[in-house]
Design a protein around this ligand. Structure first.
Ligand code: THU
Length: 130
């Protein structure tokens, strides 16, 4: 299953719209009930308006009914082992848990697997809103 996530992330990376950074990224999420969704980064001529690959994948999941994220894979064309940015860690935490697995990939496969709780300790969550 994790190998499928790598393949999906790399396929999504090929669709990246990244003419400004020239840093294509792909991501794929696996839900706790076995569904997969992928996404690429989508940049904009107004630079701050672009968004990350993880965010696109989460949007696909939400549009298909939502779910809980058990695993996520991230691949970047120009750099092995890209970790999700701070904003995406928070977005992943919204739908995941501290035990969500974050697979860092190169073009050949998963190289390193981390826990979301280690990437975003003490995440702000809905329990904090009260
Ligand atoms: N990017 C992602 O899509 N995901 C990450 O985890 C890190 C950064 C994108 C955002 C931007 O389009 C490009 O990489 C360079 O920052």
């Amino acid at each position: 299953m994790a190998a499928d996530l790598h393949r999906l992330a790399v396929s999504a990376m090929a669709k990246a719209h990244a003419p400004y950074s020239r840093f294509p990224v792909g991501a794929a999420v696996l839900t706790s009930d076995g569904r997969t969704y992928s996404g690429c980064n989508v940049e904009n001529a107004s630079y701050p308006e672009g968004w990350c690959a993880e965010t696109t994948a989460i949007g696909h999941m939400v549009m298909d009914g939502g779910g809980r994220i058990a695993e996520v894979a991230v691949a970047a064309q120009r750099k092995a082992l890209v970790t999700p940015c701070g904003g995406c860690r928070q977005r992943l935490a919204e739908f995941g848990s501290p035990d969500t697995l974050v697979h860092l990939c190169d073009e050949r496969g998963i190289v390193e697997t981390l826990r979301l709780g280690d990437l975003l300790p003490r995440a702000f969550a809905k329990e904090d809103i009260g």
